[in-house]
Every structure is written in C-alpha cells, then in structure tokens.
Design a protein around this ligand. Sequence first.
Ligand code: NAD
Ligand code: DAU
Length: 337
Amino acid sequence: MRTLFVTGGAGFIGSNFVRMVLDEHADTTVVNLDSLTYAGNLENLKGYTDNPRHTFVKGDICDARLVEQIVQRHNIDAIINFAAESHVDRSLVEPGVFIETNVKGTLTLLKIALEKKMERFVQISTDEVYGSLGPEGYFTEQTPLSPNSPYSASKAAADMLVQAYGHSWDLRYNITRCSNNYGPYHFPEKMIPLMINNALNDKELPVYGDGLQVRDWLYVQDHCTAIWKVLTEGRPNTVYNIGGNNEKTNLEVVRLILERLGKPDTLIRHVTDRPGHDRRYAIDSSKIMTELGWKPSVSFEEGIAKTIDWYLSHSDWLGRIVSGQYQSYYEQMYAGR
Ligand code: NAD
Ligand code: DAU
C-alpha cells in the first residue's frame, strides 16, 4: 500500500486528482491537507470523504506542527503539493498571501519530506514561471524562468527551493509545469467557468484587452494522469512540462462557449486589460510524452462540451459559490472596469 500526502486536495485540480487516485488505484491511500480557503470546497470531494482510503485534514501547509503530526501518524511515501493561491488577478491585488502559501508553505513541506527521507516530493508548478512567449516558439524544460506576476514569481520561488533541496541534500523531487487546465470543479474566478456562469445568466462576458492572448488548454483529468505518471515513473530530480498542444485565443474560447450555450456574441465586453498580462503560453510536452508515454486524451472540443454539461448539471454547486463572497469579489474586480 502506498500513502500519498496530497495538499490542496479540495481545490480544482487537487480534488480531481484525489478522486482519480481513489477510483483507479486501489493500492493507494490519500491524506489530504487543505485549509479550505475561498477556493477549497469539500463539496468537490462529495462521495469521497468517507472513503476508508481517504483522510481529510483541514489545516494550513505553513503549520509545521500540524504537518509533522500528519507525517508521524501516517506512513507517508510521497508529498504531492497542489496547495497554492492560484489566481493571477488576486495576486495583483494581494500578493502577500501568495508568498506565505506558495513559498513558505512549500518550504515547510520540503523540510519534512527531507527529514523523513520520503520517496518523492512532487511540486505542482505552472508554465507561468517561464513568462510570456511571442507568436512563435514553445516553453521547454530548459526555458529560463522569467515570471511576470506575483503569482508566477511565488511559484518560481517555490520551484527553486525544491531544486535547491534536491541539489543540496538529495531530496528526491519532481516539478511539473502544466498549462491552463479546465474541467469540472473549476472555481468561477477563472476565465472558462466565469464565462460559462455569466453566459448562463445573460451577463456580460468581460474579455481583458483585445482578447487575442493565447493559452494552451488541457482537460484537468489529462493533467491528473500526467501527474500520476510523473509520481510513479518520473526520473527523480527533473522537471516535466505538461501541455494540451491546444492553443486558443481567449476570444475563440469565449465565442465557443457562447455558441454551445446558444447565446449571442453581443454579450462579449472588452474591459481594461490585466496589468502585465502575459500574451502567449505554449508548452512543448515532448519530454513527458517520450520518456513516460503520456499524452492528452481529451480534445478541446470534447472537453469544453463535457465542461459546459458539467456546469449545467451542477447548478447547485455553482449557485452556492456565486451567491457567497464571490459577489463582492466580482464587484471589486469588474465593476466599472
Ligand atoms: P485552486 O485555487 O482551485 O485550489 C487550491 C487549493 O489549495 C484550495 O483547495 C485551497 O483551499 C488550498 N490551499 C490554499 N492555501 C492553502 C494553505 N495555506 N494550506 C493548505 N491548503 C491551501 O487551485 P488549482 O487550480 O486547483 O491549482 C492547484 C495547483 O496547480 C496550484 O499549485 C497551481 O499553481 C497549479 N496549477 C494550476 C493550473 C490551472 O490551470 N488551474 C495550471 C498549472 C498549475
Ligand atoms: O498557465 C497555467 C495557469 O493558468 C495557472 O498556473 C493558474 O493557476 C491559472 O489560474 C491559469 O492562469 P491564467 O491567468 O492563464 O488563467 P485565467 O483563467 O485567470 O485567465 C485565462 C485568460 O483569460 C488570461 O489571458 C486572462 C483572460 N481573462 C481572465 C478572466 C478571469 C479574461 O479575459 N477575462 C476574465 O474575466
């Protein structure tokens, strides 16, 4: 039996990962530490909280005593660190908490992983650490780090700490750098679920700037299978880029959502751009594809259809989120923009 210490397992990607592990890997147990910030939601784990192979702990990855207690109580083989403040726009308003969780929290976990000589520390990083691309080229694992937002700067700092622990003390780690995810349980501050929610409610769709920024979209379950591959087969102390090979402009994505929901393009409203907005991300995934035999299995057309259907059939989940604190967040970010 393998025991994984998953952090941030009540968020978007973490909860998809925990459900995948419990469904598909009967020899694996999960201890899931999540502080349930605005983005964490136990509803994302509905039907899985009573699973005997899953222990949920509400708490902060910066809390060294709690982390130590968890590790004493469970025989942990590996840490998979999803826990983070994850939204670029929030990092531009309130960067401090990004440093706390994304940098100091990662350091807390690194210390314990090293002390207990864990088999692996998997840091879930992002392609945003590489900065922004022009119209040509791709991010490879050799692309220098050049983060542009407080969010991506905090993730790059965490990556460097992980590498420093590997270099100085032989901690066995992997870092994954993935492109934009989408799919079920995506918090509606992020573009795709925000646009779906607004379109469903006939509200304007706030496209930043000219809307020609490019992202490389990957269905979340494909990201989860890639992380599993890295955890179980990845070469220690290396980085793996993970991407969907699926570049779209934001306007293309927004128009597709409107079309599928039968709503008019007149709902699109161009608003003031995000400060320092990265123009284009595109990932070269050839390393994980050739070394570990991973490839995405869900096309964007299929994935966006599944995602929209999921939001239509989970209106209770969405309704509970957007009727709470979200309203003041939305007002703060978008009113008069
Ligand atoms: P999310 O915001 O949906 O979830 C983050 C989770 O971490 C939440 O459940 C939250 O409660 C928890 N958390 C936050 N601070 C914590 C703390 N101090 N202690 C314990 N738990 C805490 O984020 P996500 O989109 O699921 O992203 C997960 C990870 O993947 C992040 O590290 C992010 O940088 C990375 N990533 C995300 C994407 C993407 O497109 N969403 C792409 C590449 C990488
Ligand atoms: O690339 C990986 C990253 O993808 C992750 O590391 C981040 O955690 C994740 O949030 C995501 O970052 P982005 O900033 O790319 O995602 P977001 O959904 O916020 O925005 C996607 C694009 O849509 C981006 O170009 C900004 C634009 N956008 C976003 C919002 C919320 C809009 O035009 N309007 C909006 O209202």
